[in-house]
Design a protein around this ligand. Structure first.
Ligand SMILES: [Zn+2]
Length: 249
């Protein structure tokens, strides 16, 4: 790192758990964020600010006026632009050192598989079950840690699925794809503005810990937030030995 980088990241480097070594690990790391909305916005901002080497952000939508109440990557002037283009501008202003790879698409199939394979960590910041399950399948297949977040109304949740660990469940162990669907379209539900900020920032925290190999990841636990009462619950989650996705990996 040069002098400017040592200054930019000095408050990380001052952390004994992090140091120059942890910061160098971040600089050598590639993250994939699926979704540039309420969760993806704070996640991308924190990963870029913290000095991730490469950040791939995938989203097929354009910025809409109704997004701006919580999707803090985007500004009023970006309405109508692709979200990944708006994100590119915001992140370049924040930290031009990050190699930003915009993917203007709703990820699925071979494209998703390829991007997961080339990432060191995957953050699922999407808003629908098909994408969540597709991301999980690719992460199980390629043994990539998946930091999964969700937030609607005043309720948030977050967990880490890391199949490099013997005891880790996958997303499908917790929410089986073939279970009766009770999905409500997030697009038409209310969302408390800072809720996605809280969960998305925690997704960034878990991703940074995984990449720098510090602390204990949120693996095997699901955290549930009730932002109205501002109470957290932590639930132990186990691998399902009969899981269709991870049992015979
Ligand atoms: Zn599983």
């Amino acid at each position: 790192m040069n002098d400017e980088q040592l200054l930019r990241y000095s408050r990380h480097i001052l952390l004994p758990e992090f140091g120059v070594e942890g910061q160098e690990k971040l600089r050598a790391s590639r993250a994939l964020i699926i979704g540039a909305g309420g969760l993806g916005s704070p996640a991308a901002l924190y990963l870029a600010a913290a000095g991730i080497g490469s950040l791939t952000l995938a989203d097929g939508d354009a910025v809409d006026l109704t997004n701006l109440q919580r999707q803090i990557l985007h500004a009023t002037a970006s309405i109508g632009q692709p979200k990944v283009a708006s994100a590119r501008e915001t992140l370049a202003r924040l930290n031009p050192e990050v190699a930003f790879v915009p993917v203007e698409a709703k990820l699925h199939g071979a494209a998703l598989d390829d991007l997961v394979q080339h990432a060191d960590v995957v953050l699922d910041c999407s808003d629908n079950f098909p994408t969540r399950h597709a991301a999980n399948r690719a992460c199980v297949k390629h043994q990539r840690p998946l930091v999964s977040g969700a937030g609607v109304r005043f309720d948030g949740q977050i967990s880490v699925f890391d199949l490099r660990r013997e005891d880790s469940p996958c997303y499908n162990c917790l929410f089986p794809e073939d279970a009766p669907a009770e999905e409500e379209r997030c697009a038409v539900l209310g969302v408390f503005a800072p809720l996605t900020g809280i969960i998305g920032a925690m997704q960034a925290a878990e991703a940074l810990k995984l990449l720098a190999v510090i602390g204990e990841p949120l693996c095997g636990r699901l955290l549930l937030l009730d932002a109205l009462g501002m109470e957290w619950r932590s639930i132990r989650i186990r691998r399902d030995p009969a899981c269709r996705i991870c049992a015979n990996r």
